[in-house]
Design a protein around this ligand. Sequence first.
Ligand code: XMP
Length: 431
Amino acid sequence: MARDMIAILDFGSGDNSGIARAVRKAGVYSEIVAHDITLEELNRLPGLKALIYNGGPNRAYGGQQLIPDEEVLKCSLPKIAVGCDFSVDGENLPCWNENEQNIINVLIEKAHVERNWTMEGFIEDQIAALRKQIGDKKVLLALSGGVDSSVVAALLLRAIGDQLTCVHVNHGLLRKGEPEQVIRVFKEEMGANLVYVDAVDRFLGKLEGVADPEQKRKIIGAEFIRVFEEEARKLDDISFLGQGTIYPDILESGTKTTKNIKSHHNVGGLPEDLQFELVEPLAQLFKDEVRAVGEALGLPHGMVYRQPFPGPGLGVRCTGAITRERLEQVRESDAILREEFAKAGLDQKVWQYFTVVPDIRSTGVRNHERCWDRPVIIRAVNTQDAITASIEEIPYALLGRIVNRIITEVPGVNRVLYDLSPKPVATIEWE
Ligand code: XMP
C-alpha cells in the first residue's frame, strides 16, 4: 500500500520529533532528514509530497550557519518553514510560529497529501517487506517480554511464522509472572518457536557479593550476551537477528545536525564470528505507534502498555549485593504495588512505579517479639522524558492499603517508606 509522506529537514531546531509526531498525528507519515539532503536523495523517498524546514531563529548549529540545498529549496514540492526564515528567489517561504498542528494541516491541504498513515497499513507493508528481506531464511530474536521485543516478535511471527526462533532468557531479575506470560502468549497462544532459558542460578551466582551498581549492570549485560550467544550457536542456519530498535533510538543516535544524545546500542556486543544481518521492523515508529501495532497484532493490552522496566531488572532495585531473600521481597512487594495501582486505575496515570529493598534493617515488633527486618521503599513518578521526574501524589487510603498488604504478605518486611524525592537530584531508580 502506497502512503504519502512529509520530510522534515533538520535545521537544528532541537524539536524535530515534536513536529514529526504532529505530522503523524494528522495521519501522514513523516521522516526527519538531514538539512543538506540533495534533491536526488529526496526523490528516492517513496510517497514524498511536501517539505518542512524546521530550524531555530539563526538556523545555526555549533556556531555555524546551516545552508539549505538550492535545488531542494527551488523544487516544486510544497514547503513551509517552522521557527526560521527561508527565501526562494527573494520570496520568503510561508513561515508559521503558532500552533504546530494548524500549520501541518494547512500544508497537508495545500499539497494534497493523503492522510493514509495507519497502523493497519504499516503492518501490511512491513509484512511484505519482511518476507522480501528474509525470503526462506531464519531469524533469531531475543524476546525479553518488553514492549519493543514483543511487538517485533508478533510482527515477525505474522510475516514468517516458524522461520522465527525467539529466545527468552530468565535472568532471575524479572518481575513476578513475566517469564510465565512470555511463554503463555508467544508459545502457547501464538505458537512461536520459543527457547526458554532458565539462567537464574547462573546470573545470581555471578552477582553474588557484588555491591557496586555499575559492576552489577556490567555483569548482567555481559552475562546476557553470553547466554544469548550460547543459544544462538546451538541453532543452525540463522541468517538474521531481529531487533526492537524504534525511531527515537535512531534519532537519539543523532543526525548530522542534531547532536548525539546517546548512542543507540541495542545491538551490543555479539562476537564477530556470529554474523547476522539485522531486521529492525519498528525502526520508523514512535513508541505510541509501536503500542498501537502491538494491539493490532493481538498482544495483550497489559503487555503493550506496560510501564518502562530497566534491562538489569529488579537487580537495581535490590540495592547493594543481591540476596535471594531480598530479591523475593522486591518481587513480591512490586507485585502487590502493581496490583493495587491497577485496581485504583493509577497504572494508566503514573509513568513508572515500583518498590526497592535497600540493604539495611530496622527494629520492629511482630507477635510480641522483636524483629530485625527489611524496609520496602515505594517509588511512583511521572515524567515526559525520564530526564526530570516529579512525584505522584498517591491517595493516603491507597498507600495505607499497600503498606498493610506488604507488611503482612511479604516475609521479612516490617516497614514501608514512600520516596518523595524528585529527579533531579534523585534518579528514578535507586541504583
Ligand atoms: P534513572 O534512574 O536514570 O532512570 O532516573 C531513567 C529511566 O531509565 C531506566 N533505567 C534503565 N533502563 N537499563 C535500562 O534499560 C538501565 O541500566 C537503566 N537504568 C535506569 C529507569 O527505569 C527509568 O525509566
